[in-house]
Design a protein around this ligand. Structure first.
Ligand code: COA
Length: 207
């Protein structure tokens, strides 16, 4: 996927499946994410990708219980969406994080769709997500990715969502087979002078 996401230059953003070396790259990726974004994802304000989280990825991936789709640009990870299998491996939790200046280009929605296809390909038939009630971007990205999204409960300030995936044998899209998925949307002006909807114009919706 190619996204013109910079305010002044064209950045190539490519979506691809997670690779084992990515866990080390994550340690260097924090600069792309504001403390607020990291707090929304990890539940506590931070300026780094937490060590416990990277250790969790190594452990869960080694057991085949975790996978992700990565957005990569300029040699850096600028976003990813992940699933982690629940105790019942037909169910998985998903989450996503997109670099602040890359948002509003449809990247989060695409990452979520791709990681859903990865999960489905290993037998997951229900995805779950917990989103704080004030996290409008994440809720909209989920609804954009899954028209059949169900709100299941509201607990401790978080909406719980579920989405049923078809049980039929899955053929993952190009990302699932390891091929890049490139798109070239139009450049966007500085965030202070644009509407949010305007940033979506020019995004090639082919994937
Ligand atoms: C949630 C997140 C991944 C979305 O990434 P993104 O690349 O901006 O998502 P998209 O561009 O695909 O936008 C998805 C929808 O959300 C909307 N949206 C994006 N940012 C928004 C914002 N700040 N406020 C309201 N809506 C917003 C978009 O307009 C789009 O809706 P539409 O399809 O009706 O136009 C990103 O905001 C993020 O990383 N947030 C911090 C981490 C987080 O909260 N993760 C979720 C909890 S695990």
């Amino acid at each position: 996927m190619t996204v013109m996401a910079s305010t002044t230059t064209a950045d190539t953003v490519r979506l691809r499946p997670w690779r084992s070396g990515d866990v080390d790259e994550l340690a260097r990726a924090a600069a792309h994410f504001s403390p607020n974004a990291l707090a929304a994802r990890f539940g506590a304000a931070s300026t780094t990708i937490p060590d416990w989280y990277r250790a969790h990825i190594v452990e869960a991936r080694a057991r085949g219980r975790w996978n992700a789709c990565v957005a990569h640009s300029g040699g850096h990870i600028v976003g990813w969406a992940e699933y982690g299998l629940d105790a019942d491996p037909g169910h998985a939790d998903i989450a996503a994080l997109v670099g602040d200046r890359y948002r509003g280009n449809g990247l989060g929605t695409r990452l979520i769709k791709h990681v859903a296809a990865l999960a489905r390909s290993v037998g997951v038939h229900v995805l779950h997500a917990q989103i704080r009630v004030d996290n409008h971007a994440a809720r909209k990205a989920l609804y954009a990715a899954f028209p059949n999204l169900r709100q299941t409960e509201l607990q401790d300030g978080q909406w719980h969502y579920a989405v049923d995936l078809p049980r039929a044998p899955n053929r993952p899209g190009p990302i699932g087979r390891g091929r890049p998925d490139d798109v070239t949307p139009a450049p966007r002006p500085p965030s202070s002078s644009r509407s949010r909807r305007g940033t979506r114009r020019g995004v090639d919706a082919s994937s």
